[in-house]
Design a protein around this ligand. Structure first.
Ligand SMILES: Nc1nc2[nH]cnc2c(=O)[nH]1
Ligand SMILES: [Zn+2]
Length: 431
């Protein structure tokens, strides 16, 4: 059955870093959904003519957007959000890893998994690349929870075999066996995909990175994700642990882990050769602006990434980040670039692109999601201003789509994700 959504529709089917006309807006727009796909987009009157019999859902209060894409978020860390006053390595040791160690308890893991996928959806995230758990059972729970609600999920069991805490350490042999089972069970099942996920080079021996390489060789369509160049002390430690490495990226590249299926989180302090190599390999960066500020990692050198042609999308990086909202990450990216000495002048179209299509492309899903182009999956969100809020005033009085988008990102805290469609089906937002 075809359904029509009517309302203000905004998306960025093109890259605003390359063209001035990337933002497409339909002030009284129509979006036709059928069999999980978008089948038409245009002015409401045009789309209505194509589907005169279809039922219409009136979404004229607020705005319809593509589902948001989070390229970096940690499933076990919802309850870590807000731990102030740390930098990366002491934040991990004192606040994050103790909680992650508790996910050996499957009951807790199941509860956190349900809570986590619910929070993604409530914030309008319909596709996510997720750091799983160090435990096989907990990671299986994450896949199960995503499947239950229909979230498009790429995730994997984290592997580490040093420098964290003993409960979180595996061995190369054990990690291989556990990951193999998860890959067989979940990779390619519905909307689930598997990502090989060493936590970071600091906590992975060469033997473990070799296991990651073997898994990617045995299953060339797997994804790969990890952290890189987030914090200066981390970078110094990695250089000591891999004395042969030319730079941080080399510790992954040596094992064949830097490809166009790789997403590396942060990259706040890259060298020029690393940027050149990332561009050459077509690997993508997950830019996590609120986390970079909150844990005090630094300001993302966006201009250098652009100059080299390195791809990047947005990541909430919960719980180093300040919450699940990618609208907020858009604003944080904007603010950080305003502070940076050679910051990029971002527009509302850039922010929407970074929160949607750029992320989809970083995950290799640019043909499937990230914009409302007909033929893509019907992953759509309806965002409304809170009654009585400043954002509502803006929605009533602004007439340029671009200004409205700017106010949506700026006043994101007054926006409510009212409804989410996953492949055309309305998802429940209360769990
Ligand atoms: N932000 C962040 N960086 C990391 N590096 C290694 N683990 C983590 C993590 O959990 N969060
Ligand atoms: Zn992270």
């Amino acid at each position: 059955m075809t359904v029509l959504l009517r309302g203000l529709i905004l998306h960025t089917p093109q890259n605003p870093f390359r063209t001035d006309r990337a933002l497409e807006a339909f002030s009284d727009g129509g979006l036709a959904l059928r069999d999980g796909q978008i089948v038409a987009l245009g002015s409401f009157s045009e789309v209505r003519k194509q589907y005169p019999e279809a039922p219409v859902q009136d979404c004229r209060e607020g705005v319809l957007l593509p589902g948001l894409v989070d390229t970096h978020v940690h499933y076990p860390q919802t309850r870590v959000i807000g731990a102030m006053g740390y930098s990366l390595l002491d934040w991990l040791e004192k606040r994050t890893l103790p909680l992650e160690a508790r996910l050996s308890d499957n009951k807790l893991a199941r509860e956190l998994a349900r809570e986590f996928v619910g929070l993604l959806l409530r914030n309008g995230t319909t596709t996510a690349l997720v750091f799983g758990s160090h435990f096989q059972g907990a990671t299986a729970n994450l896949f199960g929870a995503a499947e239950d609600v229909g979230l498009r999920l790429i995730a994997g069991q984290i592997c580490s075999d040093r420098m964290l805490r003993p409960e979180l350490h595996t061995t190369p042999e054990r990690s291989y066996a556990e990951q193999k089972m998860l890959i067989q069970r979940f990779h390619g099942r519905g909307k689930l995909r598997y990502a090989v996920t060493p936590r970071f080079a600091l906590s992975a021996s060469e033997g473990l990175l070799e296991v990651c390489q073997t898994l990617l060789q045995e299953h060339p369509d797997l994804h790969f994700t990890t952290h890189i160049n987030e914090n200066l002390e981390e970078i110094r430690t990695v250089a000591e642990l891999f004395p042969w490495s030319r730079h941080y990226l080399h510790t992954y590249d040596r094992f064949g882990l830097v490809t166009e299926r790789s997403v590396l989180a942060h990259n706040v302090h890259p060298t020029e050769p690393e940027l050149a190599r990332l561009a050459e390999a077509r690997a993508a960066i997950a830019h996590c602006p609120s986390s970079n500020a909150f844990i005090g990692s630094g300001i993302f050198p966006m201009n250098r990434h652009l100059r080299h042609g390195v791809r990047f999308g947005l990541g909430s990086d919960v719980g180093g980040g300040t919450g699940f909202s990618l609208l907020k990450e858009g604003l944080m990216a904007y603010l950080a670039q305003r502070y940076a000495p050679e910051g990029v002048r971002l527009t509302p179209a850039h922010l929407l692109y970074l929160a949607t299509l750029a992320g989809a492309e970083a995950l290799g899903l640019g043909e499937t999601v990230g914009s409302l182009t007909p033929g893509k999956a019907a992953d759509v969100i309806w965002v409304k201003p809170e009654p009585g809020s400043a954002l509502e005033v803006h929605f009533r009085h602004l007439d340029s789509a671009e200004d409205l988008l700017g106010s949506l990102f700026t006043l994101h805290g007054e926006a409510q994700v009212h409804q989410v469609w996953l492949e055309g089906r309305a998802a429940p937002l209360v769990f």
